[in-house]
Design a protein around this ligand. Sequence first.
Ligand code: AMP
Ligand code: ZN
Length: 676
Amino acid sequence: MVEKRGIIKMTTEQQINALRDELREHNYNYYVLDNATISDYEFDTKLKELQALEEAHPEFYDANSPTLRVGGEVTKNFNTVVHDYRMYSLDNSYSLEDLKDWETRIKKLVDGDVKYTCELKYDGASISLTYENGKLLRAVTRGDGFQGDEVTANIKTIKSVPLQLKGDYPPKFDIRGEIILPFDGFNKMNEERIANGEDPYRNPRNTASGSLKLQDSAEVAKRPLECLLYNLTGENLGVESQFNSLEKARAMGFKVPEAAKLTNSIDEVFEFINHWDTARHDLPYETDGVVVKVNSLFQQDELGYTSKAPRWAMAYKFKAEQVSTKLNTISYQVGRTGAITPVANLEPVELAGTTVKRASLHNADQIAKLDIRVNDTVFVEKGGEIIPKIIAVDVTQRSADSQPTEYIANCPECDTELERIEGEAKHYCPNYNGCEPQVVGRIQHYISRKAMDIEGLGGETVALLVKEGLVSNYSDLYELTVEQLLPLERMAEKSAENLVNGVEASKQIPFENVLFALGIRFVGETVAKKLAKHYKTIDALASATMEDLEQVDEIGIKIAESVVAFFASEENIAMVERLKAFGVQLEISAEKLANQTNKLEGLAFVVSGVFETVSRTELKKLIEDNGGKNASSISSKTNYVIAGDKMGPSKKAKAEKLGVPLITEQEFFNQFSILE
Ligand code: AMP
Ligand code: ZN
């Protein structure tokens, strides 16, 4: 810097940087703090000045310059990125009692007082932002929770997303939030569309999430999207509580709504909910509930996760919008397991921005409980589910000659008499191998992405194959030939070959997926994994008794019964034998087996505290891989408690009282020869 009589003369680089800093600050004041500190005109003038300088001096290019907010980058295909930390879903509750129950469950699992951070549940599309050295590195959609699409170019155009952080920040971290479209901006967009003769958008939420996948980022830049943040994720974040982390995020320049509140008890949580149940109508954006989170990160860690959601958080959903309409008819659908689902066909009606024509009636009990009848006027509500539900009947509108609904006794597809298993809500059609929707549904499930993932074969083709008598169960797929397929409608040589090749390739799909693909009732993805790991071969599983099965971690009586029933059928056994003969993977691969032992078989562990050599998650995985069981709380059935640093005193006392030995991680490794 050269100083001349008090006037500071800046180099071009300094000038560019000064403008960038200034514009960044104005952006922050306007979009994050909602507090403009400069007129639009002045802002535009400075932005143009910066643009001109950057164009003249490309050597000072910065991917995070405020000039790049206007977009322009076009993405043809979004990259798939695996999240460093999984993006979980949230468990939902619909009443204060549900929350009270949740509190009771939590207090059994953690020591000491529990405080809660209450936040609003923003209704948009979730996003994960990764920052490195204070700069936005990438933005990824939630996708399936494990991996999502990289939409960085689009996210950069959202002005409330900082491209450069302020103050103190961890060297690398993820921050999660929701991309939303406030009502105001949404309405303006629609006014413009209507003026242009285009159809208006239905609702802010779908418009926000649709925006993330637009190919032209300049289009995204035109949409008044906002990003509201709610979660810091990573190592060494320098925070000890959820509330703390929100404050920290704010200090780094993120937009974190001020509604977030730290509460000291579940009663204070209720007050927060009651307040926002009405106050939410004055918010500039949509919210469909409140998210309650255990405040202490240490306690959060103790509570951990279920296969879908954190145990330390709970979403409370506000009561949804309702409308009334007429119930025209009730129809019955048969699923792949033979389960019957009654469906209400409604007089079309507008509800929360969409036209509703159908509603699920769940089962016979539900119809009887609400006394739902054809021609009734019913109240329809849209909760979290996509399919709305009927919540009550307006009996004052009912005609005098109305008759109660009689549930069907026979299958609407094959006329077989329906069965209802003691204690189960649903009716089933027992015609397992002869009822078309079951036969088709089972094969469709078999070929689906999470099961055998058969390329070149779709659901409609399956229905056609069954109708034409080419297949009657999934093992028949392996005998299909191109010659057989060619005469089918719309089946070209190429697609027939693809189909046959896709079926062939499925012989490489791992055992756990095959087990899921078999379509055994109640054996979902997670259960299939557990069973595959435990039994290792289909033969071992097929010969397991009820008692055997119930010994397996988290396998209850319902699943056990269903597995035993599946393998009790000669037809099923024959089908499995055929699959085996075709070369489908019906046992765990040798490679997978190599990492697994039975060293810890029959032993239950509780892992508590913070560890030195491995993370808590890794430790739990080691226990499972070696055949042990992880329990969430100490009981007389616990064999060992592996105690890390900061383990709670009441846990310690409980272990001592029950005579459960406490061991350190090192003792665990030595005693059981783990990690050798
Ligand atoms: P759901 O999609 O119903 O399982 O709810 C989980 C989603 O709620 C998350 O993926 C987030 O995108 C969203 N969400 C909105 N607001 C919050 C918040 N304050 N805290 C956590 N998640 C939130
Ligand atoms: Zn049937």
